[in-house]
Design a protein around this ligand. Structure first.
Ligand code: GSH
Length: 203
């Protein structure tokens, strides 16, 4: 198996690296440079027509795209420690919080990144007004997660799961692009300190 990876700050490949580190899986990897547009090269597009990283290529040539799909595949191969829950309720709660990170926090962060950040200045169709309009949506989403984390230690409950990996990579990417993340948000800040202290967070 070969993992097509991109270095930080790219948040989606980092999800898989943290997940693999938590599981103790050593994934053979090949780096795909986003600044050099290697994800849009014809041979890469043959593997993932979305032109994005990460992907996981299996030994028979099958390609799994989408970071959460790759994480689920690895979970099925290596169930311990469980990161997507074990009981019906825990599985649903991890799913619920993963979807909330993907649907509430990631979209406005992505819009600020694509439409306002200097690193994406060469992209066609940028609309800085739209990008700016998304800054308050990021702040609102972070307040939502802060309120929920006031009630529990981790994003989906009382133990570290895939939902924490999605939230951590989203918060760190938002921070990288210059957005305020945990300032004044005590529960989110405390959680961020806890999950950042894990060895896997260095991935
Ligand atoms: N939903 C996809 C998103 C993948 C994605 O947006 N990847 C970014 C890197 S973090 C990328 O390849 N960006 C370059 C581009 O879109 O051209 C996933 O979870 O894997």
């Amino acid at each position: 198996m070969l993992f097509y990876d991109s270095p930080n700050p790219a948040p989606n490949p980092r999800r898989v690296r943290i997940f693999a580190a938590e599981k103790g899986i050593d994934l053979p990897r090949r780096e795909v440079s986003i600044p050099q547009r290697e994800q849009k090269a014809p041979d890469y597009l043959e593997k993932n027509p979305r032109g994005q990283t990460p992907i996981l290529e299996l030994d028979d040539g099958t390609v799994i795209a989408e970071s959460v799909a790759i994480m689920r595949y690895l979970e099925a191969l290596h169930p311990e420690p469980p990161l997507f829950g074990t009981t019906p309720l825990e599985i649903a709660q991890v799913e619920m919080w993963c979807r909330r990170v993907e649907m509430i926090l990631m979209p406005p962060v992505a819009q600020v990144w694509v439409h306002t950040h200097p690193f994406t200045a060469a992209l066609p169709g940028r609309n800085s007004e739209w990008g700016e309009a998304n800054r308050p949506r990021v702040a609102e989403a972070l307040r939502f997660f802060d309120r929920s984390l006031a009630e529990r230690e981790y994003t989906a409950g009382d133990r570290f799961t895939a939902a924490d990996i999605l939230l951590l990579t989203a918060v760190d990417f938002a921070r990288f692009i210059g957005l305020e993340t945990v300032d004044g948000l005590d529960a989110l800040g405390g959680w961020h300190g806890r999950v950042s202290a894990r060895e896997s967070a260095a991935a």
